[in-house]
Structure formats: structure tokens, C-alpha cells
Design a protein around this ligand. Sequence first.
Ligand code: 16G
Length: 179
Amino acid sequence: MGDECLFEEEILQKLSHWHSISSELAQRGLIARSLRLTDYDKGYLDVLSQLTTVGRVTKQQFVERFQRMKASNQIKIHYIVVVIEDTATNKLVGTSTLFLELKFIHECTIRGRLEDVAVLDSYRGHRIGELVVRIIVDLACEIFGCYKLSLDCSDDLVKFYSKNNFVHGSNMLCIRFDH
Ligand code: 16G
């Protein structure tokens, strides 16, 4: 099984803040990159489980989901999962996702959704969350030309996202299905 990337990592280097973001991460022994097929073994799901319930996901399920996202990206990019790796331990310590939603409104625009932002407990307090969010904001604005980038989060994280340039807009409501 090759070490495939979910998206072409070169796009990260085109971001206007890439140099400062990657240098700040490098000072902490960290790198930002695309999610890779081998990240099941590097603790990707452990990082996500800091955000919410992940449940039992086998390696095969992970690979199948990854390949489905990648196949979709090969038609038109929709799933950009960025991960932060500690180069000393080769383990993942943070992640964030940009989902690109195609719209008819605003002359067939694209809406970005910031999803699944998580940083391992033991790595908090080092600005990793800010940096990983900054990457997604820049991708949405500079690379994909999104007209807006939105997110939903728990009440205790409103302050964090407000500090990172998000403003309260519309409300988020949902129906939870009991499968
Ligand atoms: C947060 C996440 C969202 C994730 C949800 C899962 C961000 C900005 N938002 O709202 O992406 O899907 O948590 O929570 O990371 P749930 O399991 O309660 O639906």
C-alpha cells in the first residue's frame, strides 16, 4: 500500500502565510501536510477522538473512506484534510478539514466548511489550533476562492474561533438521527 496523499500537498506552499506557518511549526518539530493512506497507523483517529466519538473504525474502513474521498477529489477537489505530524515521534498531533461545497447561488460559487479541527490534549497551548485553522482559511480564500467559510462548534470554542476572525452569522440547527 503506497503512501498516497488525499490532495496535492504543493498547494500548501502557494499560501501567502505558508512560510511563517511552516516555520512556526518547524520550531516545534512539527510539519503540516495532507492526510495520507498510512495515517491510520500514525494516530489520525486518536486525534479526531479528541473532538468527538470516533467509534470502532478498522483499517479497511479507513482505507475505503480515504479512497472514496480521493476518487471524489480526482473529479473535483472537495476534501482537504490537513494533518500536523510530530517528526520526532512520527505521530499525528492535530488536524483540520476544508470541505468545498459547490453552489448555484452567487453565480455558482463555492462555500467552504471548516470541519474536524482537533489537537491532541498534550500538544495544546502551542498555537497548533490557530495554525491549522489559518491553513484552512487561506486555502478557502486564496486557492479555492470560496465566498465564505463557515463552521459549527460547541459554545466553549466560540471564543477561540472569534479570535481567529470568524464572526457569529446565522444559527446552526440540526436533527440527530438515532441509527
Ligand atoms: C464540531 C466540528 C465539526 C464536527 C462536530 C462533531 C469544527 C470546527 N467543528 O462541531 O466539524 O463534525 O464537532 O461533533 O471542528 P458531533 O459528533 O457532536 O456531531
